[in-house]
Design a protein around this ligand. Sequence first.
Ligand SMILES: Cc1ncc(COP(=O)(O)O)c(C=O)c1O
Length: 392
Amino acid sequence: MIIPLAHRADQTQEYYFSVKLTEVRRLQAAGNDVINLGIGNPDLMPSANTIDALVQSAQQPTAHGYQPYKGTPGLRKAIVQFYAHTYGVPLDADTEILPLIGSKEGITHISMTFLNEGDRVLVPELGYPAYRAVSSMIGAKVDEYPLLEYGGWQPDWDVMADLVAQSSDSGQTKILWMNYPHMPTGAPATHALFERAVRFAHDHRVLLCHDNPYSLILNKKSPISLLSIDGAKDVAIELNSLSKSHNMAGWRIGWMAGTKAYVDAVLTMKSNVDSGQFKPLMDAAAEALTNSDDWHRERNAVYQGRLDAIHAFLDALGCTYTTDQEGLFIWAKLPESVESAEKLVDDLLQTKHIFIAPGFIFGPKGNRYIRVSLCMPKERIEEAVKRLTSWS
Ligand SMILES: Cc1ncc(COP(=O)(O)O)c(C=O)c1O
């Protein structure tokens, strides 16, 4: 006998990478040397200070018990100092920061806090899959907003205004998800874009949720926080994370920043779901947040040094791409000769043992695109290029 699942479980598909990486592990277990250019999982080390702080903290007898639901005051203070130094944004460590077990879980907590069943959510037609998946799980309706490829993958604000206007009969638009530097297209953040977004959120009374994990990766200009825009705090919250910028993806440390009312509301929900994080992780995260500007520059120099090899890889596939992308990936368009991204990705994995991400997992608009990650040593990317030269 099988007990039936909830409708939401029936309707939710397993996360693409959860499925695909099982396939990758199966190939590896069979002795194949798979080059994984699919996922944004930094291969570089956190700073040495971070590791030292972890070890030292773990040796304290007081480090092993439950911690405050709002994280340690030391971590919140370090996040506030990081925001002031990196983005010039002042925040209050007691009231405006909520540490998270990675920013991914924040998407669920925020959605649970603000959405009623039937409410509508604006998600980019290409974007991190969790915005869409979690909204649907909660019973909200997803409206995809267009991104204008020839306008640098910027949102189409007119269409978004129409979507909000149309939505009022069938459910209120409550949340707008946005993420710049944009994953997967690599489009940068600009003040003009963020000002437009905050104005839109005010005009249409929607909560603007900005997801900002890539601001320090291969950024061409000073990193920007959406919270630096006048009036942002009334209508916006920002997610941020140590996963990419501090090479700490497996540590699961992120946070939400925003005004007290929003932080308190999300904390109320979250405090019923988990019981905080391990203190040594939080102590080490606080240390990581003090990494110098030079440390970030050196990390970016490594990624920059891999770009030629990634471009050679994409050239060998006949793809086209822009060279001004920010973040951990390069987004590239497939040549006409390739039948479909799905087939290319499967063929590459099975015959060349190279894994890349097909664009459709970020939304249907990505059907003719692939996303390649910079999280592999240059020699491994060059090895992938070599394997492609025998491609037929
Ligand atoms: C745009 C975006 N948001 C959020 C996340 C999740 O980050 P975290 O590791 O902090 O949960 C990712 C990870 O790939 C991402 O690309």
